[in-house]
Design a protein around this ligand. Structure first.
Ligand code: G3H
Ligand code: 13P
Ligand code: ZN
Length: 336
């Protein structure tokens, strides 16, 4: 089947009361890992590319790999999403390329670092909604800003400085018409999220529940949702890596979020850790090897394992065959 609208995936997830993992990709092996995990668990899935990923893969390589994925896995509904679009132009170029969903992250200015004003955020997001919906493409907006500057997405700090204000979130949705809303509840991007295991209070789950009560029909998005499992950190460190002790978002907290309106769950770091650990292991144990397939295969397998586990934990497993995809042209009519 062709790439599916993310809106449809999330509407179905809301009906079924589950979450859908949105996994970042940069290359073929990561796409293969996700698609294999989706087939094994019979999951609909969101594949997403950051601006960095698009530039790393010269854009076209990545998009064509996604087309290959739809051909090879026709039974899997898959949406292709621009992660953290920093401007209207970035979102437009993704739509022109054929992405079925875009994030306009107007919570930050175009530099991806400086927190913006509410008015700026509404203006750019509204503009993207107009051009995306006319073509049946889904839009995710963000209100409040995440922590962490490790990967260039986030306002820095701990993630608690710019939490989402529920009233402002409601006003933002009203003024922009976004399909999905990323909220800041204390998560941040990257491996170094917390220096001890976070509780529901560290993570401001009450805030999430309050936002969901005000916006029961809006699909909420949790960024920075890697759990940073100790086992994956240990493999890296066992084979010569130097990760400092760190904690991510416990899966139970994500599941609580899913019970309260979270439909899209963004995971990148856990997959990066899994692949790197597997590659380090091959290098350390068999230093005589030099065929890239000797380490990329185990890396792909390690990522597939993490993705399949998350698919089961988020509840999307088993739902791939639940619905018939609505073409983007139909989605465009529905938005009108
Ligand atoms: O939100 C960030 C994702 O982890 C992608 O990161 O910009 O390094 O590709 P990236
Ligand atoms: P992690 O760094 O926690 O995997 O978050 C990824 C993300 O939010 C991508 O937008
Ligand atoms: Zn993010």
């Amino acid at each position: 089947m062709p790439l599916v609208s993310m809106r449809q995936l999330l509407d179905e997830a809301a009906k079924g009361g589950y979450g859908v993992g949105a996994f970042n990709v940069n290359n073929m092996e990561q796409i293969q890992a996700i698609m294999e995990a989706a087939r094994e668990t019979r999951s609909p899935v969101i594949v997403q590319a950051s601006r960095g990923a698009r530039s790393y893969s010269q854009d076209s390589y990545l998009f064509h790999l996604m087309i290959a994925a739809t051909e090879l896995y026709p039974e899997i509904p898959v949406a292709m999403h621009q992660d953290h679009g920093n401007s209207v132009a970035t979102c437009k170029s993704a739509i022109d390329q054929g992405y079925t969903s875009v994030m306009m992250d107007g919570s930050l200015m175009e530099d991806g670092k400086t927190p913006s004003t509410f008015e700026y955020n509404v203006k750019v997001t509204r503009e993207v909604v107009e051009l995306a919906h006319a073509r049946g493409v889904t839009v995710e907006g963000e209100i409040g800003t995440l922590g962490g500057i490790e990967d260039g997405h986030g306002a820095g700090g701990s993630g608690l400085e710019h939490l989402t204000d529920p009233d402002q979130a409601a006003e933002f949705v009203k003024q922009t018409g976004v399909d999905a809303l990323a909220i800041a509840i204390g998560t941040s991007h990257g491996a170094y999220k917390f220096s001890s295991k976070p509780t529901g209070e560290t993570l401001k789950m009450d805030r999430l529940i309050e936002i969901h009560k005000k916006l029961p029909n809006v699909h909420l998005v949790m960024h920075g949702s890697s759990s940073v499992p100790k086992e994956l950190q240990d493999i890296i460190n066992q084979y010569g890596g130097k990760l400092k002790p760190t904690w991510g978002v416990p899966v139970e907290e994500i599941q609580l979020g899913i019970k309260n309106g979270v439909r899209k769950v963004n995971v990148d770091t856990d997959n990066r850790l899994a692949m790197t650990g597997a590659i380090r292991k091959v290098f350390a144990e068999t230093p005589e090897k030099f065929d890239p397939r000797d380490y990329l295969k185990p890396a792909r397998e390690a990522m597939k394992k993490v993705v399949a586990q998350r698919m089961k934990e988020f509840g999307q497993a088993g739902h791939a065959g639940d619905y018939t995809p609505i073409p983007l042209s139909e989605m465009a009519k529905m938005y009108r």
